[in-house]
Design a protein around this ligand. Structure first.
Ligand SMILES: Nc1ncnc2c1ncn2[C@@H]1O[C@H](COP(=O)(O)OP(=O)(O)OP(=O)(O)O)[C@@H](O)[C@H]1O
Length: 339
């Protein structure tokens, strides 16, 4: 069954979550004073974010530790109530109409399990079928397909506690799809898994998306997940969205800064290079006295400008453009808090 919905799957406007954090005063006296009157401060874990997700999108929700990703997902899944802002998910307010709402979403939180530890995987699926009130005639072909694609047949009669992490994650994914939800939230779905299981899970998610039109929002620290799956990346920093667009646009923006590695025939001092480039948009880094890296920060300053200036004073032996990996780009952005 292909999911159909007009209008956005997720519509958040000015979505905000504030937490009150209690401060501890130092020393014994401080602890005693805290008993009677604790000082507190407010933290904006998610700060007025606007987010529209359309049916069928696969969105990577990324950001460094503490950026506010889990808090957003908790609001979108109805676990947390926003402090302010408007929120509609699958046409409902997530924290209001819980029972009807959870039937339209699937959730996989890396650390938390929705399977019953001591019973066989098959029984867990069956229990979930009952919880979600999925008719048998719809459940059977749907689950058979999922079991085959995720290669779960051999695991079905084992209790969950006997499964390896990779096996359990595959079962968690299957469990989140028992009711074939139109929206799937995944929090770090491939963390700690070996390469083969990662690839299988990515393939599976793509297939669900293509076959049923399942909309997927995933948080991940694994850029491989984003490269393989996400048509769109939303990046969060200190509760604010700092980038919303495609991964290739992000790469292109960053590629505006080009880096080149230059080897010289003779020793070159950093001061001499600084003197040449004192007025140019070039950042210089020394690898050793025969090799330097130059980061060209302004597109109007070309590589041939750089070479002309260098060759006028030094004998250049070799030069190579430095490729920037997506991972490096994202790390830079995390560190700098900008995109
Ligand atoms: N229940 C809470 N009470 C107080 N502060 C909280 C609570 N939950 C989260 N925070 C704070 O809100 C901010 C955002 O946390 P959140 O867990 O959403 O980040 P995250 O992006 O999911 O991080 P990670 O990648 O580490 O999971 C952090 O500063 C965190 O300390």
């Amino acid at each position: 069954m292909v999911h159909k919905q007009d209008g956005p799957i997720v519509a958040a406007k000015g979505l905000t979550k504030e937490f009150q954090i209690f401060k501890s005063r130092p020393g014994l006296m401080g602890a005693i004073r805290d008993l009677f009157n604790r000082e507190h401060m407010m933290v904006n874990a998610v700060n007025h974010i606007d987010l529209l997700i359309q049916p069928g999108e696969i969105v990577g929700y990324i950001g460094s530790n503490g950026a506010g990703k889990s808090t957003t997902i908790k609001m979108l899944t109805g676990i947390l109530m926003p402090t302010s802002g408007n929120l509609s998910v699958n046409g409902m307010v997530p924290y209001e109409n819980r029972e009807a709402f959870v039937r339209t979403i699937g959730v996989v939180f890396g650390q938390r399990s929705q399977l019953w530890w001591d019973i066989a995987v098959r029984e867990s699926f069956e229990l979930l079928r009952k919880v979600y009130r999925v008719p048998l005639e719809r459940y059977q072909p749907h689950m058979a397909h999922i079991i085959e694609t995720l290669d779960l047949e051999e695991l079905l009669d084992k209790p969950v506690r006997k499964l390896s992490l990779g096996q359990r994650m595959r079962c968690e994914l299957a469990a989140s799809l028992v009711h074939n939800p139109r929206l799937l939230f995944l929090d770090e779905p491939t963390i700690g898994l070996d390469v083969m299981v990662k690839l299988r899970i990515r393939e599976f998610l793509k297939e669900m998306n293509e076959q049923y039109g399942t909309t997927i929002m995933l948080t991940t620290h694994d850029i491989g997940d984003i490269e393989a799956l996400c048509s769109r990346v939303v990046m969060l920093d200190k509760g604010n969205i700092i980038y919303d667009g495609t991964l290739s646009e992000l790469r292109a923006k960053w590629a505006g800064e080009r880096a080149v590695r230059v080897s010289f025939a003779d020793r070159v001092k950093m001061e001499s290079l600084h003197r040449i480039f004192v007025e140019q948009p070039v950042v210089i880094q020394r690898n050793h006295e025969l090799e330097y890296e130059f980061l060209l920060k302004d597109p109007s300053y070309s590589l041939s400008n750089l070479m002309t200036q260098l060759a006028a004073q030094f004998q250049v032996r070799d030069l190579a453009m430095i490729e920037t990996s997506t991972e490096e780009i994202v790390r830079h952005i995390y560190e700098g808090g900008r995109a």
